[in-house]
Design a protein around this ligand. Structure first.
Ligand code: MCN
Length: 796
């Protein structure tokens, strides 16, 4: 292996295509297709009393109108609940088209298929729906105390309730440890609702092939294989008769893992029924009101600690707003409650959450998936402990860290995959040391003082996190080397902009010893690779990365076997460099991989010149055997699967320096520093890109983004005019340093990196604002007007 690209900052191969308009996104496809549009509920909670489509039926260009009544049995059922959990006693999912009750504004009720989207939307506006209104339940605390129910059969609007308790080493419960602790604190934290907001919304385009009785579906999805299984099951088609392809996908950030979306079932179903091509592309308003949101928690925290700031007992009660449905089960509050402990070893822990239904958009994982809330809780706790004891905030964290010699470290909790939460590796003290150096932690007090002398308010904050990444159950990769010497890599999971075409090519080039230019990568196309789980939970690098490496190793072994035969050498004496197999120490005895590929295919003779040449090569003594030796398969190709026993834990620490305007309460981030550990990095440049993107999203969550519902369940800021997101101008330069503690759990030693950037940002910025202002910041996001109000209530 001399073509070592693993670990190199190789430039993203997909970017030329994506930035020059050559990308093929969902809406670029099917220009000739019929368009689907949906009538969605304008009310947050109502019974549908009538649907009048008479006026709509008159319109020329209408193809079909469907309500729930029109759907066949399989399609009409509620959408699947993807991750059941024993604590989710009242899991509920929506019907693809509302059956009788709507439970949030935006729920689809009628599907219209028409000649084009303009017409389809016009037709939607002609459909009259009668409603019997119910009082909606909006807001977490209101939902808990309300007599109004989102689902009539779910008492108290409580979908799930879960307690996990880890006693101290001495057997004390969290309550006992807190009661016995020298110092205690109790406080409340509020975390608002936000959402993924990918540049490209969802979309699906389906074609029925009547001759072949098969369906081809393109979806802007993070999980093409699962969408395929869902469509096949719903439509009663054999799996091989459905193919799902994720074309270029313009971001997902979690919202595109929910599967199937109603539209992903309805559009293929109608395409088959009508024997027509049909496409639906989500518009931004639909994305706001009928996809998914996240964050949205209220936390009540009690903590007991000693004089050094060591946490002896921690008790957290979480109210989690689940919106109207639970398609992804209770994965988000489970992640919050289990990963809240971060890099810390604490005495006793009790966490309890209730997952509450409200008449709002459903809550499903958004980048970070419950962790930003958990980190906000833990890091606010650390800061408050330091403040109460008059200690340095970094020192309090250091006093609580799990030490490098304590791995594997079992937190005593059950993780979201149902397995024990065990950290595999890390070096938290070293990360903190690097972070303090990077941001200038120890020098900051002097800086603050000199700024204060000029009438400026500066503050510094830091935050730490761990992240379980690379969750199973499995992922696979297929490698094929063709007779032109090209390497074709395919894996079933999809890409939404993470750079998989680049990193998977780096892995294959390194493992096979071929130039990267000869490697091509296909993701998210079930025609090429049918068994996969999907891209979420920062799992692609760990899962498909290792699967591809294992597939390459198989293919390499075969290549060496075939080449050894041709060269009359021992495979152990061979290596592959720049796409050529040669005997170590005698480069003249060599054979190109292209030729090895030809020799591996018994049908080679007829088709190409390379095959003819290779045949000559092979006639030395090998023609007396069967063309395919026993135990061999034709072709130079192979599959590999990687299935880990548990997740691997990435970690990191961020720090920020902010300035708050004494008059206007404007908040500016002056510096932002990140120390990140995702084990072995395949491509440090991509990892940094992921961190930058994540921090930008985190800044959104810390300072700008919140979904504002009124008491009627109307989302008041359902457009980019009103929902604030940071522009590039609001994102500071991000300074990054890395630590690589390899994961012992997988062959490549890697951990995930895709969500890390976003996770601690709210905690860090809250800490920095608090430091600048001198009063607690216990909510996220915090806007200048929030800060202004807090100043009025908390005089310095
Ligand atoms: N990487 C690496 N070395 C590592 C770990 C990762 O070089 N040790 C590289 C990977 O190879 C990949 C990228 O970093 O190119 C992210 O890898 P990984 O952590 O495996 O995350 P996934 O590829 O599984 O992506 C999912 C993750 C999640 S959960 C969300 S949400 C998210 C994110 O990625 N959504 C994104 N980043 C996104 N980036 C873009 N552009 N768009 C999204 O929708």
């Amino acid at each position: 292996m001399t073509t070592k690209l693993f670990g190199e900052p190789v430039r993203r191969r997909e970017d030329a295509r994506l930035v020059s308009g050559e990308g093929r996104f969902l809406d670029d496809l099917g220009q000739q297709a019929l368009a689907a549009a949906f009538v969605r509920s304008p009310h947050a909670h109502a019974r549908i009393t009538s649907i009048d489509v008479d006026a709509a039926l008159e319109v020329a260009g209408l193809v079909a109108i469907y309500t729930w009544e029109d759907l066949p049995a399989g399609v009409a059922e509620p959408l699947p609940l993807l991750i059941p959990h024993p604590a989710l006693t009242h899991g509920r999912t929506a019907y693809p088209l509302a059956r009788d009750i709507v439970r949030h504004v935006g729920e689809p009720i009628v599907m219209v298929v028409a000649r084009d989207r303009y017409l389809a939307e016009d037709i939607c506006s002609l459909i009259e729906i009668g409603y019997e209104y119910f009082k909606p339940v909006v807001g977490l605390e209101e939902a808990v105390s309300s007599t109004h129910l989102v689902h009539q059969d779910v008492p108290g609007n409580v979908g799930a309730h879960l307690v996990q308790e880890v006693p101290s080493a001495g057997g004390q419960s969290a309550a006992e440890a807190i009661a016995a602790a020298p110092h205690t604190l109790a406080f409340r934290l509020d975390i608002e609702r936000s959402a993924c907001m990918p540049l490209e919304g969802k979309g699906v385009y389906a074609r029925w092939d009547a001759d072949d009785e098969s369906l081809r579906v393109y979806s802007s999805t993070q999980t093409s294989t699962s969408v395929r299984m869902a469509i096949a099951a719903k439509l009663g088609l054999p799996l091989p008769k459905v193919e799902v392809i994720a074309p270029d996908v313009g971001g997902g950030f979690g919202v595109k893992i929910v599967h199937p979306w109603p539209e992903e079932v309805l559009v293929p179903w109608a395409a088959r029924l009508l024997n027509q091509e049909i496409k639906w592309t989500e518009d931004r308003r639909e994305h706001f009101i009928s996809s998914a949101h996240e964050r949205a928690q209220i936390q009540h925290v009690q903590v007991g600690f000693d004089d050094a700031g060591r946490v002896l007992g921690l008790s957290v009660e979480i109210l989690h707003d689940h919106g109207a449905y639970t398609p992804y089960g209770i994965i988000v509050p489970i992640i919050t409650s289990t990963q809240l402990l971060g890099p810390y070893r604490i005495g006793a822990y009790r966490v309890e959450f209730s997952s509450i239904y409200t008449n709002t958009v459903q809550v499903t994982p958004y980048r970070g998936a419950g962790r930003p809330q958990g980190v906000f809780c833990m890091e606010r706790t650390m800061d408050k402990i330091a403040q109460k004891l008059g200690l340095d905030r970094a020192d309090v964290r250091a006093a609580n860290f799990i030490q490098p010699d304590q791995f594997p470290y079992d937190q005593g909790l059950i993780f979201q995959d149902g397995r024990p939460l065990i950290y595999d590796s890390g070096d938290y003290p070293e990360s903190l040391r690097k972070l303090k150096d990077l941001i200038g932690w120890d020098e900051f007090p002097a800086l603050r003082e000199s700024a204060r002398a000029e009438g400026r308010r500066l503050g510094i904050g830091l935050g730490c996190y761990v992240e379980g990444t690379g969750v199973g159950p499995y992922e696979g990769g297929h490698i094929q080397i063709t007779s032109d010497g090209r390497v074709h890599v395919s894996t079933g999971l999809t890409s939404q902009g993470q750079g998989h075409e680049t990193v998977f090519a780096q892995i294959a080039a390194t493992e096979l010893g071929v130039p990267i230019e000869r490697v091509s990568v296909v993701t998210g196309d079930t025609r090429r690779f049918g068994y996969a789980v999907g891209t979420f939970a920062s799992r692609a690098a760990v899962m498909s990365g290792n699967a591809i490496a294992l597939a390459c190793r198989k293919v390499r072994e075969k290549a060496l076997r075939v080449a050894a035969d041709a060269l009359e050498a021992d495979p152990r004496d061979l290596e592959i460099t720049d796409g050529v197999v040669h005997v170590v120490g005698s480069p003249a005895a060599s054979i190109p991989l292209a030729t090895v590929a030809v020799l591996s295919n018994p049908l080679r003779y007829a088709f190409d010149e390379e095959a003819k040449r290779a045949t000559q090569f092979a006639t030395t003594g090998s023609m007396d055997r069967p063309p395919v030796a026993e135990g061999e398969e034709p072709g130079l190709e192979g599959k590999g699967y990687y299935s880990p026993i548990r997740s691997t834990f990435a970690s990191g620490m961020h720090a920020a320096i902010v300035e708050t305007d004494p008059e206007t309460a404007e908040i500016r981030i002056l510096r932002y520093a990140v120390v990140h550990d995702c084990g072995k990095m395949i491509n440090p440049m991509l990892v940094e890109g992921q961190i930058h993107g994540g921090v930008a999203q985190g800044v959104g969550g810390a300072l700008y983004e919140k979904m504002v519902y009124d008491e009627h369940g109307q989302l008041l800021n359902a457009s980019f005019m009103d929902f604030l997101m940071p522009y590039a101008t609001e994102i500071p330069h991000i300074e990054t340093d890395h630590l690589e503690t390899p994961s012992p759990l997988n062959p490549l030693g890697i951990k995930g990196a895709g969500e890390a950037g976003v996770i601690p940002v709210s905690a860090v910025i809250a800490a920095a604002i608090e430091d600048a202002e001198g009063f607690p910041i216990d909510r996220m996001p915090i806007s200048p007007s929030d800060l202004y109000d807090l100043r009025l209530r908390s005089p310095r």
